[in-house]
Design a protein around this ligand. Structure first.
Ligand code: UDP
Length: 339
């Protein structure tokens, strides 16, 4: 199966493109390398460097090669940044996705797998969050993801497209050999920051801030559902197979179904690393719901998805291997991990 992986040099996209290659699919990556890393890509995977805003490039790409499906990871994904720069978010996450969908339609490519987010649900009304939960996003990032889901539903109804939207909860972890992992230019995610705090000790800037200790949760800190990046990746391969077998358009929630508080993440990281996490308490971060936990029964039932890393400890173990051996991320490994 020929698959175009848009944003395939990013954190989740690079795991998916490698898994595709390893399992006999033929991935081609399109990435503008604004946030992705060339070094995260297997050198055997063709890389087209370019942007979804470039209609000419998309036209050439789709006429040069016959793709069976497109997976789309190329998005801006910071809630706080989306509040500051909503137009940038709508242009990148919605308008650019429309360009991609238009190029696919012109080329007669009808299968699409979309990276959606738990952010479409906004402040949850009930936990765990299943697919029947109302989608009322509370920030431009979440709205941009929901807008694309709505576009996909309309396109499916018009007979243009079959799609699967995967609503990720908290992606985390690294490859078990520690050679691929999370490397964001401006890191905001909890697990990498906890591990950086372990590595940096109490040095200034390395101390973790725990955002909010007065949430209505057992220990007062926010609860999230952490899912290993390889388990997320697996869901994309299952979705591609599902669509190629004629499966109807669908959206699935994707998490482990278990919630862990910020303090539980810190304690688990201390256990895994054998070192103390330097942290201090801070005010709540704007826009953080107290608890986000997925009900992932639907994707298990319909696509046969099961997590290989169901425990927080297993997820943090892989992340620790990566961060301990790559304190500067991919910067030191320009040629990328070799197989
Ligand atoms: N968090 C924290 N300190 C940090 C980063 C995150 O306390 O430096 C908390 C954050 O408030 C949230 C949880 O950790 O409750 C997970 O945040 P992250 O940014 O990793 O993912 P999100 O749930 O926002 O997608």
């Amino acid at each position: 199966m020929e698959i175009l992986v848009v944003g395939g040099a990013g954190y989740i996209g690079s795991f998916v493109s490698r898994m595709l290659l390893a399992e006999g699919y033929r991935p081609t990556v399109l990435d503008n390398l604004s946030l992705g890393h060339r070094a995260a890509l297997d050198p055997r995977i063709p890389l087209v460097t370019g942007d979804l805003a470039d209609g000419g490039l998309l036209q050439r790409l789709f006429s040069d090669r016959r793709f069976d499906a497109v997976m789309h990871f190329a998005a801006l994904a910071s809630v706080a940044e989306s509040v500051q720069a909503p137009l940038t978010y709508y242009r990148n996450n919605v308008a650019n996705t429309l360009n991609l969908l238009a190029a696919m339609k012109n080329a007669g490519v009808a299968r699409f797998i979309f990276s959606s987010s738990a952010a479409i649900f906004g402040t949850p009304e009930r936990i765990p969050i299943d697919e029947t939960h109302p989608a009322r996003p509370i920030n431009p990032y979440g709205r941009s993801k929901l807008m694309v889901e709505e576009i996909l539903r309309d396109a499916a109804a018009a007979g243009d497209l079959q799609s699967v939207a995967l609503r990720y909860f908290n992606a985390a972890g690294a490859s078990p050999d520690g050679r691929m992992g999370e490397d964001h230019r401006c890191e905001t995610h909890l697990i990498p920051l906890v591990l950086k705090a372990v590595l940096g000790g109490a040095k200034s800037g390395a101390r973790l801030k725990v955002f909010g200790t007065d949430y209505p949760t057992p220990d007062g800190t926010c609860v999230r559902d952490y899912i290993h990046v390889s388990d997320l990746a697996r869901a994309h391969l299952l979705a591609a197979d599902y669509l190629s077998a004629g499966g109807a358009s669908a959206a699935f929630n994707l998490g482990n179904g278990k919630g862990f508080s910020v303090m539980e993440v810190i304690r688990t990281a201390e256990k895994v690393t054998g070192r103390a996490v330097a942290f201090e308490t801070a005010d709540r971060r704007a826009g953080d719901p107290a608890v986000l936990v997925a009900a992932a029964d639907r994707i298990s039932r319909e696509l046969g998805w099961q997590p290989a890393y169901p425990t927080l400890e297993a997820i943090i173990e892989t992340a620790w291997k990566w961060h301990a051996s790559h304190p500067d991320g991919y910067a030191a490994s320009q040629t990328g991990p070799q197989d």
